[in-house]
Write a protein that binds this ligand. Sequence first.
Ligand SMILES: O=c1ccn([C@@H]2O[C@H](COP(=O)(O)O)[C@@H](O)[C@H]2O)c(=O)[nH]1
Length: 272
Amino acid sequence: MNSQQLFGQIRKKQSYLCIGLDTDLEKIPAHLRSLHDPVFEFNKQIIDATHKLCVAYKPNIAFYEALGPKGWESLQKTLEYIPDDIFTIADAKRGDIGNTSSLYAKAFFEQMDFDSVTVAPYMGEDSVKPFLKFKDKWVILLAHTSNPGASDFQLMESRVTGRKLYEEVILKSKEWGSTDQLMYVVGATQAEKVESIRALVPDHFFLVPGVGAQGGDLELVSKYGMNKQCGLLVNSARAIIYASSGTDFSRKAEEEARKVNDVMKQCLDQYL
Ligand SMILES: O=c1ccn([C@@H]2O[C@H](COP(=O)(O)O)[C@@H](O)[C@H]2O)c(=O)[nH]1
């Protein structure tokens, strides 16, 4: 899916919601736990209830890896179950020396057929470029993350340029691939920074985690971050998928997704 097609989905659904499938066996409703594949069963019901309200799903790979081979199987089944017109993100935060990155890319783009994978920029160009060799696939590079530790390194200022590390990451990496291959992770928890980040990369999509459970401000992020193609995929996981731990979990997830969507509709009217 290219950026034009992604924008087409956003316009059609009036939504730029990405639902995080951070499926934790300890948090899913008790009545699912005795099933053969409780993780897939949970995801399936969440997808059935929410797919009309979102344009992307983002399984965080850690939740599946932690379960061993069974987890990978649940992940694969989940990926196959997601409707074709929905963008998929493997939130794996990979990146290594070139030949290793090539195999990470193969794992997520060939073994599994994800549209995109999150990549850490720390090891530089040769660690990112192998992911960009895959046609119609995206790299989502960590830029300014939503967690408190983001300030440990990402906000460090270069004595030479006066720019922060995350700004250097964006300015250098934007030369590595097109706006149909490269997105940036920009956390919602410091919404005021989104405006200056948008100025650095006016045409790229941002994956924005941090609304919902982490308290980021959807309205502000939309105001500062939206571009002419919307340019935003705003992720929420726990606040949606764990809206209830009872038998009504999928209905409650749908309700939460709809609430986020109502705000998104207003923002699209106002800022697009
Ligand atoms: O800066 C980042 C990068 C990734 N994440 C991931 O997004 C989700 C957020 O989940 P919530 O439950 O909506 O808080 C999770 O998978 C993180 O690993 C992030 O939060 N911040």
